[in-house]
Design a protein around this ligand. Structure first.
Ligand code: SAM
Length: 289
């Protein structure tokens, strides 16, 4: 995780939390994005369960918090969860993930479910979540949204997963990785060429950006400018104000900004299905404009 150091260490409230399991959200990049309540709970916790003790150790060090850390990821054995739950009956125990809200494409679901079944009080201490932050800034309909986690990696499985969501009357929100972004956009372009799509990248960090357009135009952009960092991909609902389909010239110009005519033609051909030779001829003209 790439955390920005943006804040001086704040002074912490001193109240000790009651026994129970606390699900605590931590920043997704900007270390200022943590609540006073989260800091108080982390400071007062007898133990903090986390995905990676090095990542959480670094975070706690920044806030001047010393705590006993216990690694708990998806591969933890059931008796590890039982021990954490037993401890939470008697003392405050916190669960954090590497970044953002635990359980949201992160571990914790089983722990929370088993803690509740065991009669342990579970408290949510809310804060940063990349999916919600992206939805808040993308300008897509936000009255209804479906968060669908990560798309499958393989092309066929990805297209099938997307196709199953075709009739969902809500903005679709996915987590995506930089190396897979262009292929995911190409799959979306094939299914829904006119829907408005947004890519929210590096949220709360130095190079934060949110770019909207058709999937094909975004695919052309990111093929020409390979993205870095962490990404949320959003797709507007069917029938919403659909984005104008960008013409091939606009896409070629975007691709030509970073690539030669041959590569630019290839990128746009892939994104649009237009004949590559015709695009190449047009790219040569545009290049000399
Ligand atoms: N639990 C986290 C949350 O509340 O957002 C998400 C954890 S999930 C393992 C990590 C994924 O979240 C990343 O691959 C990326 O898709 C998204 N993500 C996390 N931080 C982000 C950021 N600063 N900007 C954009 N996307 C981010």
């Amino acid at each position: 995780m790439d955390l920005m150091m943006t804040m001086e260490q704040p002074s912490l409230p001193a109240n000790i939390p009651e026994p129970g399991l606390y699900i605590v959200a931590t920043p997704i990049g900007n270390l200022g994005d943590i609540t006073l309540r989260a800091l108080a709970v982390l400071q007062g916790a007898a133990m903090i369960a986390c995905e990676d003790t090095r990542v959480t150790g670094k975070l706690l060090k920044h806030y001047g918090i010393k705590a006993r850390l216990q690694r708990l990821d998806d591969h933890a054995p059931p008796d590890m969860r039982a021990r954490i739950i037993d401890e939470a009956r008697r003392m405050p125990v916190a669960l954090v993930s590497d970044a953002g809200t635990p359980l949201i494409s992160d571990p914790g679901y089983r722990l929370v479910r088993e803690a509740r079944a065991a009669g342990v009080t579970v408290t949510s201490v809310p804060g940063a979540c990349a999916a919600v932050s992206a939805l808040a800034m993308a300008g897509l309909p936000s009255d209804r949204f479906l968060f669908a986690g990560f798309l499958p990696v393989k092309d066929k499985a990805r297209s099938e997963a997307l196709a199953r969501l075709a009739d969902v009357a809500a903005t679709l929100v996915f987590y995506e990785t930089a190396p897979r972004l262009t292929r995911a956009l190409l799959a979306i372009a094939e299914l829904w060429p006119t829907r408005e799509v947004a890519v929210a990248r590096e949220l709360t960090k130095l190079y934060e950006e949110c770019r909207s357009g058709t999937a094909a135009s975004l695919a052309a952009h990111y093929a020409a400018h390979p993205p870095k960092g962490e990404i949320v991909l959003l797709i507007g609902p069917p029938g919403a104000d659909e984005a104008p389909v960008l013409d091939a010239d606009a896409m070629l110009r975007a691709a030509l900004a970073a690539a030669g005519p041959g590569k630019a033609a290839g990128i746009v051909a892939k994104a649009t299905g237009i004949d590559r030779a015709a695009l190449y001829a047009r790219a040569l003209e545009l290049k000399d404009e």
